[in-house]
Design a protein around this ligand. Sequence first.
Ligand code: ZN
Length: 166
Amino acid sequence: MAIRFIREENEPVLRKKSKVIKEITPKIKELAQDMLDTLYKANGVGLAAPQVGILKRLVVIDIGEGAHILINPEILETDGEQTGNEGCLSVPGKVGCVTRPNYVKAKALDIDGNEITVEGEGLMARAICHELDHLDGILYVDKIEGELMDVQAEDDEPEDEEEAEN
Ligand code: ZN
């Protein structure tokens, strides 16, 4: 178990496009496990490799229903719309209102290189969109409607769906 350092908003690495992973090496497996450890330590629901300074197309998501490791993820389908507050571990202490699809289906490789699909509504759909944006150098602050707000202390529960940080 290793906790990696989470990069914050002003760091150029968060604005670059990540590279496709051609081979799932032991180093990639270690990175994925470290990212999960880092995610849980930070009480987040998702983390993308650029957030730990690695420009590779790898994200981890766990909205409380089990861990997903997604390598080279791509969105296949979206449906509907949801508007709600979103946060990011790279933009600590802030939330902003973002509109996302309400349903998302994506494909990716799992840690063993098998092709998988993941789908979800609500928070899961939001997390997939948010994390995949990171792989293209996009932060949710680019998409907010209205002002970026400070997290209110009483709403700072990691389990709170509306305030969960990705
Ligand atoms: Zn984020």
